[in-house]
Design a binder for this molecule. Structure first.
Ligand code: FPP
Length: 260
């Protein structure tokens, strides 16, 4: 029973269902508007195959490409992924450098396809610690795709949920000090608008791969009412069918938002 619960957050286990069946089960008018993903298990995926951890991150790009395509095709409007956390700087220098270079490479190589398919790319997180070259590339990708409307892809990079809340609070204090914000005007709506995700709905569904069942400082403010779906599948093995499994499970849940 516990194993079953662990397999997919909660609810029925659809892992044995063929992809076509999952596809047929999806209610197109009840899709999650915003899906967030903690892409975990890259290191373990690689180590199990006798490869260096970095190979798992590289393979993770293929999974990200497939899931991005699938979201666009299904009609999920917003995908937010956790690529590098504010805590990931504590990893070995070689791995940190690899992930920084990987973002650079993804922005370079994947951008033409993303742009051609109407994907708007945004990178969320603190940019001050990134190199000026990388920041330039991020800004160029965001500018190029700014008016695309098919899918918004938010890439969390040097992202931390607590850091984001701290940034929002600092902004409030600065504005209040400058006489441009009344303290009584600070409410949930104002704070939502001060987050990196300003103007977009909160995630409806959070997927975490790699078998861990925690939030790890991802979208702390925005996940308040998200449905959470866990899977033991490591991120490099995550395919379109797993996204369908998560959406089917999501659609079988009753969302209450604190009501009875
Ligand atoms: C967590 O797995 C994964 C990361 C810290 C990196 C995620 C990056 C990608 C999926 C590639 C896409 C990258 C960009 C830049 C868009 P882990 O290394 O913690 O795995 P483990 O828990 O098995 O050690």
């Amino acid at each position: 029973m516990l194993k079953e619960l662990f397999r997919n957050g909660y609810g029925r286990d659809h892992s044995a269902f063929p992809e076509e069946q999952l596809e047929a089960m999806i209610q197109r008018d009840r899709l999650p508007k915003h899906v967030a993903i903690i892409m975990d298990g890259n290191g373990r995926w690689a180590m199990r195959r006798g490869m260096p951890r970095l190979a798992g991150h590289r393979q993770g790009v293929d999974a990200l490409r497939e899931v991005t395509r699938a979201c666009g095709e299904l009609g999920i409007g917003i995908l937010t992924v956790y690529a590098f956390s504010t805590e990931n700087w504590q990893r070995p220098k070689e791995e940190v450098e690899y992930l920084l270079n990987l973002l650079d490479e993804v922005l370079e190589k994947e951008l033409p396809e993303l742009h051609a398919h109407g994907v708007k790319v945004r990178v969320i997180g603190r940019r001050a610690s990134l190199s000026p070259q990388l920041v330039k590339k991020i800004e160029a990708a965001e500018a190029l795709t700014a008016s695309n409307q098919k899918l918004l892809l938010n890439v969390g990079f040097n992202y931390g949920g607590r850091a984001e809340i701290v940034d929002a609070v600092k902004r409030a204090v600065e504005l209040a000090r400058a006489g441009r914000l009344d303290v009584d005007d600070i409410d949930e709506e104002w704070l939502s608008g001060a987050m990196y995700t300003a103007g977009i709905p909160d995630p409806d569904l959070l997927i975490r791969t790699g078998g861990e069942a925690r939030v790890s400082n991802f979208l702390l403010w925005q996940l308040a009412y998200a449905e959470i779906w866990f899977t033991p599948v490591c991120w490099p093995d995550f395919r379109r069918r797993h996204l369908l499994e998560a959406v089917v499970d999501f659609q079988q849940r009753e969302r209450k938002f604190g009501r009875v």
